[in-house]
Design a protein around this ligand. Structure first.
Ligand SMILES: Nc1ncnc2c1ncn2[C@@H]1O[C@H](COP(=O)(O)OP(=O)(O)OP(=O)(O)O)[C@@H](O)[C@H]1O
Ligand SMILES: [Mg+2]
Length: 364
């Protein structure tokens, strides 16, 4: 009887592959950061130092070969994730320069006209919901759209756009093929890692993952994109910084609820994007009000108007208000943005009107 394929067996097979730098196995050298197995398909993530992709490519092939020999393996794919430098106890062999070298200038992705990021300071204010509904609005307006989920630890796009359960494919030159959802291209860690599995990665690996989602995905193989929407995680950390340092953004939109605690963080997000010379195209107030479906009474659960005031204070456009409404949540949970499923609803119209004003603000 065939014994079940397991992560332990995959790691044992990888023990036979040596790391060229340490001379020890690739596993005991700590380079294998993740192994996932789904229906005989094995995905391995190998952490490498920046600038060593050439040497490590041979190791990557050896990993594929070693694991392919295991019984029950239908396919195996080792992906390299760049590590920005030495960590741990290793001492640098030379003194660190007083000022770190400037990162290379951001490079556009050929075939993508605009990259638009959706940000907030605080978590849970509705960035992902706004991202998918703005994407759907742009798509309805006739634009070719891609959506990149830049939230490595807590991806949502695979949920909010739906997941047919298939695993992403690779092109002949090892680029990840984006999935096709509602006529748009999408990619998220949520399509690559099984649901419920935590991404336990240090900052440098997040940097590598964001770079790979931008430049390692075949966004334009089936034709150019007008806009790539990037759904950011909360905060002003590695993901945000990597994004602005890797590609030039046409702009960023800041989403906030009207609550002070969210607005404080929204100002921090504004500050970070201003410091990195990213155009802030405006602010959206999400969960702006609630109308009781039973009695029609309006309640300002998180307050009202705070984002409009903050936009005024910062001298940036206020783009619009989206109410707190159950249908917005349920359609997103079902993987079908409300803009597409209830196109005549006032909520769909609110998103569409924001999309139109953003189109006018993006450079030609
Ligand atoms: N306008 C709205 N009306 C009703 N529910 C909403 C609305 N906007 C967002 N939600 C719901 O609120 C929750 C948080 O929204 P969402 O995931 O979009 O926030 P986020 O800012 O992307 O969160 P995170 O910081 O975790 O990435 C979700 O359950 C979503 O369905
Ligand atoms: Mg989100």
């Amino acid at each position: 009887m065939l014994k079940k394929l397991s992560e332990k067996k995959v790691r044992a097979a990888l023990e036979t592959v040596l790391h060229p730098k340490t001379g020890k196995s690739i596993v005991s050298s700590g380079a294998i950061s993740d192994v996932t197995i789904s229906d005989g398909m094995v995905n391995i993530t190998m952490q490498i130092d920046q600038g060593t992709a050439g040497i490590m490519d041979g190791v990557r092939k050896k990993c594929d070969e070693a694991v392919a020999k295991l019984s029950g393996v239908k396919s195996v794919r080792t992906v390299m994730t760049a590590h920005s430098g030495k960590t741990g106890q290793d001492k640098p062999s030379r003194p660190m320069p007083a000022t770190p070298p400037a990162p290379p200038a951001p490079k556009p992705i050929p075939g993508i006209k605009h990259i638009l990021a959706i940000a907030s300071g605080k978590g849970g204010v509705g960035k992902s919901t706004t991202s998918i509904n703005l994407a759907a609005s742009f798509s309805k307006l006739g634009l070719k759209i891609g959506i990149m989920d830049c939230d490595i630890y807590g991806p949502s796009v695979q949920r909010m756009l739906g997941n047919d359960g298939g695993k992403p494919d690779f092109t002949s030159n090892d680029m990840i093929k984006p999935v096709e959802r509602h006529g748009m291209k999408a990619m998220s860690m949520g399509y690559l890692i099984p649901e419920g599995r935590a991404t336990v990665w240090r900052g440098p690996m997040v940097i590598g993952a964001v770079q790979q989602l931008l430049n390692g995905v075949a966004w334009t193989d089936d034709g150019d994109l007008d806009i790539l929407i990037v759904d950011l995680p909360p905060g002003t950390g590695d993901a945000q910084l990597t994004l602005v340092q890797t590609v030039p953004l046409s702009g960023v939109v800041i989403v906030s609820t009207p609550q002070d605690i969210a607005l404080i963080d929204a100002r921090k997000a504004y500050d970070m994007f201003s410091k990195t010379s990213t155009p802030v195209l405006g602010m959206i107030e999400n969960m702006s009000m609630f109308i009781c479906p039973k009695c029609g009474e309006r309640s300002d659960i998180f307050g009202h108007g705070g984002a409009r005031e903050t936009a005024k204070e910062k001298g940036i456009p206020f783009l619009g208000e989206i109410p707190l409404h159950m249908d917005i949540r349920t359609h997103a949970d079902e993987g079908t943005p409300i803009v597409l499923t209830a196109p005549d609803s006032p909520h769909a119209e609110a998103y569409l009107s924001i999309a139109k004003s953003l189109m006018a603000k993006m450079p030609d």
